[in-house]
Design a protein around this ligand. Sequence first.
Ligand code: FAD
Length: 466
Amino acid sequence: MFLSWDETVDVVVIGSGFAGLAAAIEAYNTGVSVIVLEKMNAPGGNSIISDGGIAAAGTEMQKKRGIKDSAELMYRDMLKAGLFLNHPELVRKVTKQSNEILQWTINYLGVEFMDRVDIFGGHSVPRCYTPLGVSGSAIIKQQLAKLEEMGGKVRTQSYFKTFIKDSKEKLIGLLVRNKFDYKDAECGTDIYIGIKKGIVLATGGFGSDVNFRSAQDPRLTGKIDTTNKPFATAEALKEAFKINAMPVQLSHIQLGPWGTPDENGYGAGARFSDYIVFPYGIIVDPKSGRRIVNELADRKIMSDAILNIGHPCIGITDTKAVDTAGWDINPCLERGIVKKFTTPEELATYYGISSAELKITIEKYNSYIENNLDEDFGKHILTEATPISSPPYYGIRTWPKVHHTMGGVQINTRAQVIDFNQEPIPRLYAAGEVTGGIHGACRLGSCAITECLVFGRTAGINAATD
Ligand SMILES: Cc1cc2nc3c(=O)[nH]c(=O)nc-3n(C[C@H](O)[C@H](O)[C@H](O)COP(=O)(O)OP(=O)(O)OC[C@H]3O[C@@H](n4cnc5c(N)ncnc54)[C@H](O)[C@@H]3O)c2cc1C
């Protein structure tokens, strides 16, 4: 039973991933008091294990390479992949501010990026920027440093339990478990935190919550692996629903087509497929020896194609593609996730593919590269793509994994959480993967980080100043 506040603060941010830290930084910048709650014993959430790739349109890095892009084109790409279920005004904001947010990470946070611009499935042009180290930790580290510079800090092992309202239904505080420990239910004590201004919900997605996700999409039982950390669960989302936050598109759960059954979680193979096989190679059904999909289609189209085949498919590429992509694939080879072969016949035998069929498939694909036209699936043939003909050849087994939850609470462009009557819930803001509607049926690669930072900053400013 609630009696009195253990402490009071202007703004509480729940969650310490990209969205929560961006919100905390901006709230601090307005001069208010801020607490950042994090249930785990370290900050960073799924953000810290991500690749850190950000999508942005109309940047100097694109112009330098002669890539013609615009916020409008990125907007159209996101809507097309999202099957037009996206809330357009939210997509408009993300795409319009994408270049500005990339500059914010570089100039304000001090994140360094690799000198490359990549294309992932569903984007019309290369517009994805990868930080040095290919890890979201490069961004989180700088966000934490900025927070510390301001005198702020993440309060770890602080588990948000529920919202507290007064007799007039006004949101006035939170119940939080201090010294929380997943491994010890008895651990910690409950405290009450009073809120003077606002709350930012930035608790991430629910990719690891098998009960919750399989209720939305019954295919996603515990038998399907996930790239998420095990604590990516839905408890905070459910608390938001209890105070009438509008649920949006919860059944749209993204599977990463680059998953491989030969390692757990995200692993090293995902990068091999995403950066090398998909742009330059092919995916083949081992039973037929034929391609099954446009390898540069969006994640939904690709994952559905592989799931419909019903067994792992084989990603195939060659040495020239590895050189062009410019990645070190030794970690994948050392772990046995990617296999190396002298000839396509050897590769075919290893994966149980008919070598006659594979020969036809590769010859056909190579002719598409030479003619700059994929007659089977309409794949975007990149200018630097070359025929699959340079030994050694490489193969990887692909099988999708739960990666991103597109659904969540509804927000407006001010990051206010919207209720069942389509009114903002006073004092409640949300950003990042806990929100729904930005990506519709399918999130394009690298657009989550853009979205987390754009809406995280908005949520932080508005929670502190409304
Ligand atoms: C392996 C991997 C690679 C990815 N790579 C990319 C990429 O390159 N580009 C891209 O755009 N996207 C990528 N994504 C997606 C993107 O990283 C996520 O969508 C994004 O990090 C989500 O950020 P967030 O701040 O919303 O949530 P998170 O980073 O997950 O943070 C949420 C935090 O809230 C905490 N929390 C949850 N519930 C509570 C509670 N009850 N009390 C207190 N704290 C709580 C969690 O512990 C967590 O730390 C990737 C995702 C994964 C899993």
